[in-house]
Design a protein around this ligand. Sequence first.
Ligand code: ZN
Ligand code: ZN
Length: 354
Amino acid sequence: MSNLQRLRESMVRENVPAILITDLLNIRWVSGFTGSTAIVLVTPNDACLITDSRYTLVAKQQVSELDIVIFARPQTLEECLAEHATKYGVSTIAFETSQSYAAHQKRSAALSQFEWIEAGEILTNLRKIKTHEEIKRIKAACQLADACMEHTVRLIQEGVKEFDINLDIEFFYRRHGAYLAFEPIVVSGPNSAKPHGKASDRALQRGDFVTVDCGALLDGYCSDITRTFVVGEASERHREIYDQVLRAEIECCDALRVGKNGRDIDAHARAVLAEKGLDQYFGHGLGHGLGMNVHDPGGLSPTVDQPLMAGMVFTVEPGVYIEDFGGVRIEDDVHITDIEPEILTHFPKELIIV
Ligand code: ZN
Ligand code: ZN
């Protein structure tokens, strides 16, 4: 079933007569269109993508399930939308609350003949459950993240700067036809105690933890992987922290099963770290949804009541961050299935000393 068909099913179930999609990722999700200007109107029987002449050919190539409407000056986008909404017999339109207040005010004033209602979570909830096609793309992005990690580990050695590793990660992804899913994190020594630290001109030293967190944006879908290495020689303390984070990570990946709640998996990670008194150093949530956004809807966290369903994809990323010493985070991407969790990132996670 296509995403458009899935949306229509939900609309009928939730009694939404028509929806105007303005978020570009949601537009891509429902239509395949990747341009930077468009709106999409969907009703249970009709659907159109409205864009301008810069995207005539792109729309033709990418959009097959929706009518393609090219508006040209002097007609405005709003007039074009009104024309098609009227043609489709629409009187009430649900709008996405993610657009700016100003944009919504302007549109609803210009199109006051329609009743405007909030679309709620309808698209967010659908995007949490990935289709077979979406899983395929996430897997491809994960494969590239594994390859990038393999490439990166060869660069990690005493004297190399965090900046240089960071830059090489970007080159690697771009060279392979992908973009960065997010600015890569390369932090070493005391810097590795910052979970979202920025790469600096610090040169790696013997005895450093080095955390590398990076992901590809490939074909519209993201991956997200983290590994922590030790430079030169690992102390007892390095090993004790690393092993405990690793155990939490492995057990939580395995626990991602249909019927469980994400909150409880997060609590399990904290319990494992608490065995060694390390839970106090784990401040962030265990994981987040992954898809078109690197932080897709949904999460594994004490504050999110998230029943797990087949088709969801989460990161699992416990961490321990100790000021003036360093930190460890290990992160994999996991697809929840009806049978057992499918781990999508495969780079080895035993402690690697470089
Ligand atoms: Zn990450
Ligand atoms: Zn992450």
